[in-house]
Design a protein around this ligand. Structure first.
Ligand code: PLP
Length: 493
């Protein structure tokens, strides 16, 4: 029964219990979260960088069932501190040198918080005009920062894996139009090419697009892990001979294991000669193009059909934020545009609808955090931070080069150094074991987090720099610890 008096006042019985958290709780809750974030970002170095928990441990500590009645926010914050935090590996920690070291900067976090509060879904222009237009503008800033020609048009996706998938879907649309209506069953066999050092997301995209595991040919690399153009050409010609249609090539500028840079200018020529789609994976390395002295590494990428750069890797933007630039947005739109009646609007044709550029209909307001990051640091601030990371990586490389028993396994074009402890008199297997033990030793200290890779069949350690909080003092401490770890594990074996 509706209480007529309350209804008259615009509120039905019990409606207080039907809405969001009341204002009296929102304000202290928001302050508590903001304070916690400020403490965290300024004190993250005090945590052990790598979570010290065993598989299943966090799950066991979590309540088994959802509460029947809602709980106060303070209870959640308490559990956040006591249960959730111990299970966090701290990517913002100055000693995070694993994978690709990335940082969510404070301006980026603020942008993320505001975007989350707004909770807009920028699927079509009308569903939040600023979601579309800020993305367009921010990505034109980023394009200029990276020195790309202004015909490149960007959209933001969650990850590079999605961006590459979308780029290769556009490639399929362009280079295998027979598949557009009836799918691959109506089309000749197609093939994509990428190097043996390319990220697995390339093969995953090709599989997802229906070409199967054999839809990708991995091209051999040279002694510094770059794609060999003559091998690419040979593979394309062999496929043509065998009746397989070459569709596209993915060149990587900053590979995952060693950050090697494929010879893009030669690959551009081959792509041109054989009518291949050229996608550039600069997910990690791309931000270095902001720095004039590193830009020659990218020379030729302006001829690509599509390029992926991840601001969430080396551009201080909280995950997730991956930018896909395409030479011709119509090509991407053709691959993905399919508008159900309920999403048609009077602005169609006059404004961009982000849903037309990928699989997802819904789009987060990701450009806000990137815009905050670019504004806060500015061109100069971005350049200087990237320069600093590269300078630190080169310093580590020089220490390794001068240290007996240590080897540097690859050149250092960016901010990642790949090394191996290789004492004389030990077999390669013994050396592998020592390197894994060194990694475990360092990781157990909680001061630094290292990850590994395998190059030419041997285990190597990767020292990835890219964190805003890493200072020279951390680097000196790391080197000291690494040498100690090598000494300790050698004396045990
Ligand atoms: N490309 C390169 C070169 C990478 O190193 C990675 C991940 O590290 C990816 C693509 C995939 O990135 P994401 O996690 O954004 O899908």
């Amino acid at each position: 029964m509706i209480d007529p008096i309350k209804a008259e006042m615009g509120r039905g019985p019990g409606e207080d219990a039907l809405g969001d958290m009341p204002e009296a709780e929102i304000r202290p809750g928001a302050r508590a979260v903001a304070d916690w974030i400020a403490d965290y970002l300024t004190g993250v170095a005090d945590y052990p960088v790598l979570a010290r928990v065993k598989p299943g441990e966090i799950r066991e500590r979590l309540p088994a069932f959802m509460p029947e009645k809602g709980e106060p926010f303070s209870a959640m914050m308490k559990d956040f501190q006591e249960i959730i935090l111990p299970g966090v590996t701290h990517w913002n920690h100055p000693g995070f040198f694993a994978y690709f070291s990335i940082t969510g900067s404070a301006p980026g976090v603020f942008g993320e918080m505001l975007a989350s509060a707004l909770n807009v879904n920028a699927m079509v222009w009308r569903s939040s005009p600023v979601g579309t237009e800020l993305e367009e503008q921010t990505l034109s800033w980023l394009r200029d920062l990276l020195g790309l020609p202004d015909f490149f048009d960007g959209t933001i996706n969650d990850t590079a894996s999605s961006s590459t998938l979308y780029a290769l879907a556009a490639a399929r649309e362009e280079k295998l139009p027979e598949a557009a209506d009836l799918g691959l069953s109506a089309a000749p066999r197609g093939r994509f090419y990428t190097s043996e050092q390319a990220h697995s997301s390339v093969e995953k995209a090709v599989i997802t697009l229906g070409f199967g595991r054999q839809g990708t040919r991995l091209i051999p690399t040279d002694d510094v892990f770059r794609m060999v153009p003559s091998e690419l050409k040979k593979a394309v010609e062999e496929d043509l001979e065998a009746g397989i249609r070459p569709l596209g090539v993915v060149a990587t500028l900053g590979t995952t294991s060693t950050t090697s840079v494929d010879p893009i200018a030669d690959i551009v020529e081959i792509a041109r000669d054989y009518n291949l789609w050229l996608h550039v994976d600069a997910a990690y390395g791309g931000p270095a193009a902001a720095v004039p002295e590193f830009r020659p590494l990218f020379s030729g990428w302006e001829h690509a059909d599509s390029i992926v750069v991840n601001p969430h890797k080396w551009l201080f933007t909280p995950i997730d934020c991956s930018v896909l630039y395409v030479r011709d947005p119509e090509q991407l739109r053709r691959a993905f545009s399919l508008t159900p009646e309920y999403l048609t609007t009077s602005e169609t044709g006059k404004a961009r609808n982000l849903m037309d550029f990928g699989v997802s209909l819904g789009r987060r307001f990701r450009s806000l955090k990137l815009w905050f990051v670019l504004r806060y640091f500015g061109v100069e601030g971005v350049r200087n931070r990237i320069r600093h990371h590269v300078a630190m990586a080169r310093e580590v490389a020089s220490w390794v080069d001068a240290a007996p028993d240590w080897e540097r396994m690859a050149p250092v074009p960016f901010s990642t150094v790949v090394i191996r402890f290789a004492p004389e008199g030990c077999s390669p297997e013994e050396q592998d074991h020592l390197n894994r033990s060194i990694m475990d030793y360092v990781n157990e200290t909680g001061e630094f987090f290292l990850s590994h890779t395998v190059l030419n069949g041997v285990v190597c350690l990767r020292v990835a720099l890219g964190n805003l909080r890493t200072r020279w003092e951390h680097l000196h401490r790391f080197w000291e610890l690494l040498l100690l770890a090598a000494e300790e594990v050698s004396s045990k074996d």
